[in-house]
Design a protein around this ligand. Sequence first.
Ligand code: BGC
Length: 569
Amino acid sequence: MDKQHTVMTWWKKAIGYIIYPSAFKDSNGDGIGDLQGIISKLDYLKDLGVDLLWICPFFKSPMDDNGYDVSDYQKVDPRFGDNDDFDLLIKEAHVRGIRIIIDFVLNHTSDEHPWFIEAKNNPNSPKREYYLMLPPKYVDGNMMPPNNWKGFFSTSTWSYDEQSNLYYMHIFSKKMPDVNWSNPDLRNEYYALARYYLDKGVDGFRLDALAHLARDLSFSDSRVALDENGLAFDMNRYSNRPELFDYMREFKDRVFAHYDCVTIGEVGGGISPEQSLKLSGYENGSISMVFNFDTAWENGAYDSVTKKDEELVTNVVKLKTNFDRWYQACDGKAWMPLYWDNHDHPRVLSQYGSVKYRKESAKMLITTLLFMYGTPFIYYGDEIGMSNVDYTDIDDFNDVSARNYLAENKDKYDLATLLRFLRRTSRLNARTPMQWSNEKYAGFSTVTPSQKVNGNYLEVNVEDQQKDEDSILNYYKKAIALRKQEDIAKSVIFGKFSFVDIANNDVICYVHEGSRPLLLIANFRDHETRFPIKFKIKRTLLHNYGEELFEKGVVALRPFECYLFEVDC
Ligand code: BGC
């Protein structure tokens, strides 16, 4: 077993919090959240107990994908403030013991990035090698893209550029050309940028779309089933390919190893836990941990366009087995991040919790997350129980992935069906303004926010919950403070973790051994259920209902009821 397993690094102890900057707090009255807005809420975050912020991109961008299309990595986009604001944010956060990681977009740039402009304009520029630009294919005299690959945003991975008479590859939107990681000069550019930010004082990176940096450079057609447009969605052509692990090892040797930083790679693309150790394993890995997607959509919402709401049911067993699979692979070998949702997923309260049982289910979800194996990341607004949008106008779903999805599917389904689907799956569900108070615009801004506020802000907001001892917010504070206690943290970080009755369809129950052994019991249903307790309970540490109901070794759980006990193991 690698000795790093026994080391308590700062990032294993940290409580993460994810900020989507355009939606967090508007300080200058333009309807868009900004860096000064975040600075103004640092005391709130400190009081909540979080100490590691992952801030989604705020760099110069034409905003085709809300900042994930970067046109200048070294400049804060004016809508978020300026570089001095960012320096101040780092300073003010550090004064409060809060660390900051930025979202580093390595898979693509904006098509307005000077590298891409030069690549298009100048056939002799070395920048052309920074991208994946290929000549058209001709079939029966018709010009076609180089191959049949389909990307993540419902389109071909190829767009034609007239200037160069070449197609360029993009697995996301056509305004986000993929960069070519097989080119050493391109890699050096990113290493220099990483050093620039670490020298500035950032504490690490969330590495966006990391899984996709290496591609099948044969660019041959995929043979997986084609969609009605003749496109093949074959992630294997651009996900988790062998060269990815070499690139990241080089990145570590050249940059990460020289700083006390945390690096968390986003690895969708069907990576297995075993494969992920090549990235995050203590022994030969190159980064601190990886975000996988395996616990994100376990209520069947992902492909649910034709499903009725009643058909969406949390698959509690699958949730547990997916988590367990990752834990079994990582125990002693790698550390993990834990999260329920982020800016790409619907709100967890609407997925695995319940709007009807908002308070109970929000409290249950955070209790379940905080004491598993890993560094927890809370998505902004979950601490007050924010939920999916109530939009009734399809135009409110103004996001590139939603727009492309609608373009692809508008003739297949009626408007009501599409609206229902987006209300349950769209990324915009999690990108609405933070609900600070019951004032107009939820206290987020003084003018109409660029993204519509969720109509429930009158009942769901920070200010009201600060005054209510029994609120979700106050429960979060209590639970986070408990997770941060030295001996509890040790049990969570070093203790043996195991699920109890993993086959139970309704309840998540786990034990975390250690100097203060913990037992979690959480009902994931909106109906009552009973669960046997085979451990000797020492005391209740957290509970989301008033009275505790036991009967002869069985706990009677009400909807979304949960307990965290200290037990004798
Ligand atoms: C980010 C998304 C973004 C995509 C392209 C992701 O995985 O989390 O929000 O659209 O990368 O940058």
